[in-house]
Design a protein around this ligand. Structure first.
Ligand code: BES
Ligand code: ZN
Ligand code: ZN
Length: 496
């Protein structure tokens, strides 16, 4: 998609569709909207008066051949109440506009940002949401709708003075959104097309193109390093595991600077193992590698954005299968760290592979950790499909993450990590057990399990089980993988 910064007067914008947004009970006298209303001979006011345009969230009004402007169509998107308008709403508006226009065979759009919204962050948010909205999950369909595409986006509503900032925002937004779509592409792959080894190959191809250092540990090296927790999950499958390690080193690394370790769960298919999952809905478990795919996408973005801190990305990749060699409930495993684990439920496998991933990231020099994982069904009970669950061991580090989530327009919510929850994973026959005893708090005991391996290193865990996959298409995003977490973590790392 070609993306440009446009400072021409509104009347002169030539495009298939000029897009803007209006608020509930909004007025049409001032700013860009006032100008547009005047140019079109009071069209906006008439539409509002007649009740056709109300400004209700994501209401779409598409007008053909509007008088007074050069655009072939005018799309007015409802943006809800003005006092509730924020970066997340703007993203939904821009994304929904693209999908609305694309499905109606427009090929170009100009997005008219409203006065007061003209910053590089605005341009970045518009570009990110439009590129994300453009992503389709039709890779394996043979009758792709090839005539439905938008190949040109211009951002207008800014002044000549804001051109530098706007163009910076556009460039950044493109890098981040394309990385997010790279992640979504991986998550969209079914498990027969994306085994742990294929994931490693795709990671290697990305690293090579981006100029990042990569080390892929095969099953032999994984065994030599005594990654017993990862191996215990992998042993039930004929597909061998991989530990993918990608490193970004800044041009002038400072000796005192933090080294960020990003660890992502990549279970390319989770049957549950011997503690097998019900058949109903099991097909969705191809997305159990979303945490790992997110971290790989982040590295792709960081290679282009060049932050000033070193980043080590560690992605343990495996299937969780109930094969003849599969581990069984009650088995005791020794993790790379030396801790012994009683596996009470083979379906709580994500925390097992993360145990070795987190330990290895520390061994490689990470001073600050973040892991992302589709870890628990319980997080859906707690936060539904709305917020990412956030868990942390050091509030200053967690606060930075939460601030980045806000800036990136991703919804995240912190959950408690009291010591009382830790008691629930004390083992009877080994150091720890992989599920909590007693009822409830499943996401928190899962987080505590991983934290045991982070030790004193500041650590954050993101449970993305409820948010990495859209069960239904949204007006601004296709059904399927969302790429959640990527934008927040890119913001976090680039702000260090
Ligand atoms: N991959 C699942 C978590 C999951 C569930 C992701 C639903 C997405 C949607 C994870 O490996 C798992 O099975 N967790 C168990 C843990 C339990 C056995 C303690 C769960 O949530 O049921
Ligand atoms: Zn599982
Ligand atoms: Zn899983």
């Amino acid at each position: 998609m070609q993306i440009t910064f446009e400072t021409k007067p509104t009347a002169a914008l030539e495009t298939d569709a000029l897009v803007t947004y209006v608020f509930e009970n909004g007025e049409f006298a001032q700013g860009h909207i006032g100008e547009l209303d005047k140019l079109t001979g009071g069209l906006l006011r008439r539409l509002s008066k007649s009740g056709e345009v109300t400004g209700k969230s994501l209401e779409m009004t598409l007008l053909h051949a509007p008088a007074g402007i050069k655009a072939a169509r005018l799309l007015i998107v409802g943006a809800g109440k003005r006092d509730q308008f924020n970066a997340i709403t703007l993203r939904k508006v821009a994304g929904a506009a693209l999908r609305h226009l694309k499905s109606r065979s427009a090929h170009s759009m100009v997005f008219l940002a409203r006065e007061g919204d003209a910053t590089d962050e605005t341009a970045q948010a518009i570009v990110e949401s439009v590129i994300a909205a453009d992503f389709e999950t039709d890779k394996y369909k043979t009758d792709k709708k090839n005539d439905k595409f938008i190949d040109s986006l211009a951002i207008a509503g800014f002044g000549e003075r804001e051109k530098g900032a706007g163009e910076k925002g556009i460039a950044r937004g493109r890098i981040i959104a394309e990385a997010q779509n790279f992640t979504r592409d991986l998550v969209n792959e079914p498990s027969n097309k994306l085994t742990p080894s294929i994931l490693a190959e795709k990671a290697a191809a990305m690293a090579k193109e981006a100029g990042l250092a990569i080390d892929i540990l095969d099953e032999k090296r994984i065994a030599e390093l005594k990654m017993g927790a990862l191996l215990s999950v992998a042993q039930g499958s004929i597909e061998p595991p991989r530990m993918i390690v990608i490193t970004y080193t800044p041009p002038n690394p400072k000796p005192e600077a933090p080294v960020v370790g990003l660890v992502g769960k990549a279970v390319t298919f989770d049957t549950g193992g011997i503690s097998i999952k019900p058949a109903d809905g099991m097909e969705k478990m191809k997305y159990d590698m979303a945490g790992g795919a997110t971290m790989l996408g982040i590295m792709k973005a960081l290679a282009a954005l060049k932050p000033s801190v070193k980043v080590i990305c560690v992605v343990p990749a495996t299937e969780n299968m109930p094969g003849g060699r599969a581990q069984k409930p009650g088995d005791i495993q020794t993790a790379m760290s030396g801790k012994t684990i009683e596996v009470l439920n083979t379906d709580a496998e994500g925390r097992l592979i993360l145990a070795d991933g987190v330990h290895y990231a520390k061994q490689l020099g990470a001073t600050h950790l973040v892991d992302a994982a589709t870890l628990t069904g319980a997080i859906v009970v707690a936060l539904a499909n709305v917020n990412v669950g956030v868990f942390g061991s050091e509030q200053a580090w967690t606060d930075r993450l939460l601030a980045s989530a806000k800036a990136a327009g991703e919804k995240m919510w912190q959950l408690p990590m009291d010591e009382e929850y830790r008691e629930l994973i004390k083992g009877s026959f080994a150091d720890i057990q992989n599920i909590g005893s007693g009822k409830g708090g499943g996401s928190i005991t899962g987080a505590w399990f991983i934290r045991e391996f982070a030790g004193d290193t500041p650590w954050i865990h993101l449970d993305i089980a409820g948010t990495a996959w859209n069960d239904d298409a949204k007006p601004w995003l296709a059904k399927g993988p969302t790429g959640v977490g990527l934008r927040t973590l890119v913001h976090l790392v680039t702000s260090l």
